[in-house]
Each structure stands twice: as C-alpha cells, then as structure tokens.
Design a protein around this ligand. Structure first.
Ligand code: ZN
Length: 602
C-alpha cells in the first residue's frame, strides 16, 4: 500500500496550535473521508478529539478541494483521482497524558489527538515528518518518541515512520528542552525523558526503574529473557500538582508532581517517590497486560465509539495489584511499606457503599459513563475496577498460593495469559482470565470469581491474610488504641477552599439522613460559624448521637438541618505482620520476597 504522509509542526506555540498535513496519494474514488478518534486506548471515555480541530482545508494538484464535515469526527473530500492533502490546525492546551499540549516551554501529543485516519487506509504505512517550531528561541528543542526513526537523528526533528495507523497513534511524542537518561534492562535500552522544571536525580531514577523493569521482564519472560520491545521510553512531565499515566506499546506517558521525584542528596524513598515508582511500574506492566494481552474487544479498536468489555478489572486491576507488588518484590520498598499501601487501598474501597451496588464486571463495562465520568454521588454508586480490581488480584494470588500449597501463584496465570493469548495476538474472550486461572492452577475458583468479579459482597481478606501471617483490622480513623470509641461524623467529604463545601454525602450517614446534599456550603453548627478547616473538628467535639443544628447555603438559599451525628465508619485498614505460625510466615516470604533467580545485590 502507498504510504500516508503526515507532517506536524508547532505553528504557534503561544496560541497552542499545531499545524498538521496529511497526504493520500491514492484517494478513495468515491471521495476520500478522514476521521479523528473519539477516544484514546487506555482511557475509556469518549473525548471527541475532533472538537480541537480548527481551520481545516483540502488541496489537490495545487488547487483547493471541497471538503465537508459529514459527522462530528469525519470530513469527506470531493472526488478526485489526484493526491489529496488535508491541512488543519489542532488546538493543544490539555496538560495531560491523554491529549495534546503546546506552549513556549514544550509540546506533547498523542496521535489520536492530531492525526486523522484516511478511511480505508488503516493498514497503510505512515511516514511522519516532525518539524520544529520557527524562531531562535526554539533552536534547542529536541524530540523524544518511540516512533521508529526514518532519517531523523536521535532525539531530532525529521522523518519518522509507523507500520500502520494503529502504530502511529500508539507512540506519543514529546518535544522541547527535556533532560534525558537511559539504562539497559535485560539487554534492552530504556529511556527516561523528563520535561518540566525539576531537580530529579536521573541516576537514581535509572537505577530504580531498571530494577522495576527487570523484575517484570523476568516475571513474563523466563524463556526469552527480554521484553517484547526493541526500545522503551518513559516520557515524564513534572508539574506542580498531578499524577497519572497512559500506557503504550513501547512507551508510557507519565505526569507527576515534581515533589515526587528524588533529589540527589536523598537516599530514602519518600511517600511521593514511592507513588511515582508505583506509577512507572503500573505502566510498564501494561507493556504485557493490555497492550499485548488484550480483551477480544480491543484487538481491533473502534475509535469512533465505546468498546465494551467486562474485563477491565483484570487489565487495570491486576496491573494495579502488580505495580506496588513489584516495588516490594524487587527490593525497592520493604514489606511494611508495601502492606501500608495495601491497607490504604482496602480503606479506600471500604469507604464507598457503591461497592455493594456495582460488581467489578459491571464497573468495567460501564467505565465509559461511570468510572471516567464520576460525579458527587460516585462513592454511593460505583466501585473502582482499579482499586477493587487490585484487591481481587491480591485475593486471587493469596488464594492460589494457599490452596495450591505454594505450587502456583498469580504469576503463573499472567504468564499463561501472555503465552496463550498476548504472544500469539489472540484476544482474551470474556471470562477468559477466570478460566485461565482455573486451568493453570487446577483449582476450582468459580465461587471465588462469582463473588469477587460478579458479586458485590466484601472479600474475606482477613482470613486470607492470616494464612500469610498478616493481621488485618478495620477501625474508625479516630480509634488509635484499644478501648478508644469512634468519634462523631457528619458522613460527608468536606472540600473546596475556605468554605466548608460538602463534596460528597455518603449513603447512610448523618448528613444524608438530615437532608444535606453534595454542594451545600455549611456555614454554622449550633449557631457558630464554621469553615472547611474546622468543621470536622467541631463535629467531633460532640458525642456520637448528639443532635446539632447545621446551617448551610444551598445555592443562594440558607437552610437549617437538624442532624443526629453518626459515628465514623470503620474504613481505616491496618495490616501488621505476625511472627507466626511458621508455615504462614514462610508463605509470606515467598509471596513478598524476591522470586528465585532475582539478583538482590544490584
Ligand atoms: Zn493502567
């Protein structure tokens, strides 16, 4: 097939405009159509990227060609046998990993935001010219991307290529004056590209990410010994506040708070840095789980609309289980630090009554309209397939280890999914992860999955933990010592700025029962003024069961509510290691300790 030729350049960084051209040499004789994706794989929400396309025109043989919009994301050109070029601008002002961003400091884009697909040319190879912005102030800009180079110098502007549109949109591109370092993991070059003001210790980052990558490569690739990529890129944006990532086949785009990054003089792993390492481990694990081991529904993405699967719990949840687990197993954090992270996850799941209304399979299916479009009622209505999915991964791993008497673990299931599906390019059918787990381990896990994935009752994690010499307790946040009584609670999340805005009102809580709503601004309790800082303290100063009068603004109307204070929910989880019994302790060491063959001395 004749290649599709794309070019992109930052036309006006201060106005956040990229200019893109696309040329099709053998256009559709019926009139070439071009469409832009409505969503980006990995982030399951319709985002309508076409709304950022401005000033679009078409040309053919040096003449303007008529081109009309036929739906929200599609343009159709007039019929012509001559090559057709589309020229348009893309407004890029979304500093996230999902879209595109451009200003005087740097540019970043995903192909889904900037490159239209010529209809019928999905399989055509793509040639991409990445051009620099005009002006001396941009003379030191460079380019970082996993797109294969086709003439461009290393880190340079110039020609790149992709084997198909699917590949074109799976290699995000960073441009600017980033810092950069690289390391080898199992013989493959891995780059770290750091954008945004920061003082990160790049040597430390290389050493720590290497451990993460090598651990995961060894987990999935005991036979081949290397990852399924020729090179890998961590594209990191350091910002004031933010945290997130998006996985790609040979790279990950990460956004993090610059405070999370390690400084040269720091030796310990701060909470923020642990969070960053967990994010990097998460996205790297996706190199296998979701980028290659895919649900059937993702083998051929339909980028025009929602692609449904009930399996996101396995692709995001199991990945979330393995992200922090990688940190402890590779020796970056100790088991107490790991158990603290797990306890935090458990607490976050236990805090929402939505877990009793939506199963993980349902949460996966409805990600498009629920998980990704959460409103103030989310804790009462939905469960996160990330958080609960990670707990199901944990429970599944512990169940397999306990019931197979240590012969198998979830690692064996992940490897089987990789060998049976991912490596062979076959999609995992709905229910496929469940059957693989049973097939690999020989255990009857039907009841487990019925409850964990398709049901809404809580997992009995405490019993499972006890088989690994870990004690789990759930308590109210105010209960620190035995004998403490839980303090009073309004049953709402208070946020906002100075005002005490009820951001979320929980089902069954005191505020809900009294008729307060999310969005209400509490101004007084028993006639005394309160704000966001002191409301919770004021409430806790009354005994549980007290009746207090709460005055609040609903929009511009002042209202008073008689509230009977409830007690804080027991949703703070504490996990502690126990000295025995010996067999349980041995199981714990096997679970969290380094796997056989892992080098701990590096
Ligand atoms: Zn993920």
């Amino acid at each position: 097939m004749t290649p599709i030729r794309y070019s992109i350049r930052p036309k006006h960084p201060a106005a956040h405009l990229f200019e893109v051209t696309v040329t099709v040499n053998d256009p559709d004789p019926g009139g070439q159509r071009f469409m832009l994706p409505a969503w980006i794989p990995g982030s399951y929400m319709i985002r309508e990227f076409a709304r950022n396309i401005v000033a679009l025109r078409a040309e053919s043989a040096g003449q303007p060609l008529a081109c009309e919009k036929i739906d929200k994301a599609t343009w159709r050109c007039e019929k012509t046998p001559a090559p057709v070029t589309l020229v348009y601008e893309v407004y890029a002002w979304d500093l996230s990993v999902r879209s595109a961003h451009l200003d005087q400091t740097h540019g970043f884009f995903n192909g889904t935001s900037v490159f239209v697909l010529p209809a019928g040319k999905e399989a055509a190879p793509c040639e991409v010219e990445i051009r620099p912005p005009h002006g001396d102030s941009y003379s030191d800009w460079r380019v970082a991307t996993a797109l294969p180079r086709a003439g461009a110098p290393a880190f340079g502007f110039g020609s790149y290529r992709a084997a198909s549109y699917d590949e074109l949109i799976d290699h995000p591109v960073e441009m600017g004056t980033f810092s950069q370092a690289s390391f080898e993991a199992c013989g493959v070059r891995h780059h770290i590209v750091m954008t945004g003001r920061n003082r990160a210790d790049m040597g430390r980052l290389c050493a720590d990410l290497k451990r993460i990558c090598e651990h995961q490569i060894r987990l999935f690739e005991p036979e081949t010994g290397g990852p399924p990529v020729e090179e890998y890129w961590f594209l990191v944006m350091a910002v004031g506040e933010g945290h997130g990532g998006l996985e790609h086949r040979a790279s990950a785009a990460l956004i993090c708070a610059r405070d999370e990054l390690p400084l040269a003089h720091e030796k310990k792993i701060s909470e923020g840095y642990r969070c960053f390492l967990g994010l990097a481990a998460h996205e790297y694990f996706h190199t296998w789980n979701v980028k290659r081991i895919k649900p059937e529904a993702f083998i051929r993405y339909d980028l025009a609309q929602e692609n449904y699967t009930r399996q996101l719990w396995a692709f995001e949840g199991l990945t979330s289980y393995y992200d922090d687990l990688t940190l402890v197993r590779s020796g970056l954090i100790d088991e107490l630090s790991y158990l603290e992270l797990v306890a935090d996850h458990i607490g976050r799941v236990m805090a929402g009554s939505g877990r009793h209304k939506q199963s993980l399979a349902e949460s996966s299916f409805d990600a498009w309209i629920k998980y990704y479009r959460q409103d103030e009622n989310a804790p009462n209505a939905i469960v996160s397939y990330y958080l609960k999915g990670a707990l199901v991964g944990l429970a599944l791993d512990l169940t397999i280890r306990r019931d197979s008497e240590g012969r198998f673990s979830l690692d064996d299931v992940m490897r089987a999914l990789w060998n049976e599906y991912g490596r062979r390019g076959i999609g995992v059918p709905e229910g496929g992860v469940e059957s693989a787990a049973q097939r690999v381990t020989g255990l009857d896990l039907k009841a487990f999955f019925a409850q964990a994935v398709h049901g809404t009752t809580d997992l009995d994690l405490a019993t499972l933990f006890s088989a690994f010499a870990v004690e789990m307790t759930l308590r109210a946040a105010s209960v620190r010592n035995e004998g403490d009584a839980p303090e009073s609670s309004l049953g709402a999340r208070i946020g906002g700025g100075a005002d005490a805005v009820l951001q979320q009102v929980f089902d069954g809580g005191a505020a809900r029962q009294a008729g307060l709503s999310a969005g209400d601004i509490v101004i007084a309790v028993d006639g005394l003024r309160v704000n966001a800082v002191n409301l919770d303290k004021r409430i806790r100063s009354y005994p549980v069961g007290s009746r207090v009068s709460v005055t609040a603004f609903r929009r511009d109307e002042v209202m008073t509510f008689e509230v009977t204070l409830g007690e804080q929910a027991a949703s703070t989880c504490v996990l502690t290691t126990q000295p025995g019994p010996e067999d349980a302790k041995a199981r714990r060491l096997e679970w969290l300790g380094p796997p056989p063959g892992h080098l701990t001395a590096e």
